[in-house]
Design a protein around this ligand. Sequence first.
Ligand code: GRG
Length: 292
Amino acid sequence: MSQPDFFFALQRRINHFLELKLGQFIRQDSRLRQAMSYSLLAEGKRIRPLLVYSIAESINAPLAQADYIAAAIESIHAYSLIHDDLPAMDDDDLRRGVKTCHIAFDEATAILAGDALHSFAFELLGEIPCQPEVTVKLSQILAKSIGANGMAGGQSLDLEAEGKSLDLPQLQQIHAAKTGALLEACVMMSSQLVDLETAHRKGFNQFAKHFGIAFQIVDDILDITADTATLGKPAKSDQYNDKATYPKIMGLSAAKETAHRHIRECSEQLHNLPYQSNKIQSLTEYVLNRSF
Ligand code: GRG
């Protein structure tokens, strides 16, 4: 599926903002800054920033605030990809169509680039032009989503599970933490920019849960159905690392049907909310039908 037109403008917006802020925050040109910039500005789909902006637009929150959330989350995402590719983790040499950070630079620089991108995310949140109590809440949500009960915890469970056979609830638990938590944070953080009714906030949170599950199922499906050139990262890497995946546990066609079901749930949640949601809806369909 090709990208909807509005993606390009928002991808340009976040790329420009990231480049600008990297330059402002890290004035000294250094090998570390080059490695951060190499991975952060490489050609990713920017799904997380697109999600942040689409939710912000839908609830009429200022995009000038959403910029900081989108950039913080993309920075965390870049850090997680750098560390995920390291020899001690998935040991991959290709990411976003280019050499992984530790291959293009070296392992120590890649570890530090990940660490510095992690800090950069919180520096960005500290600069967001909004009330201090909102900044605190945003930092809490982000920290929680990437820590031991979120992304890092999920990654740890994923590594422990290599070579073992998991059942569906165990797989869901891993993915909800490893991939789902940061995607949920996109929605939860963006929706903090406006004083929403509790029921509406809950609706967005439910949407985010289904979005995260659908995203991961499609990621697992693409790992076995797409090729390395299209993915921009090694195909069949899950098989190679003997990882539990949705297609492995339930079969390819049931995995596809399950992804469709979660996307239908996303639409239903959006439909029940009193906001304009065309862009969120397009992003949701793109996540289901993407080719990489
Ligand atoms: C080492 C303390 C420590 C923590 C790191 C490595 C890690 C924790 C977590 C890894 C989490 C991870 C890499 C999840 C994979 C998520 C995923 C499917 C990534 C691909 O996302 P896309 O398709 O990629 O949005 P692009 O390149 O388009 O941005």
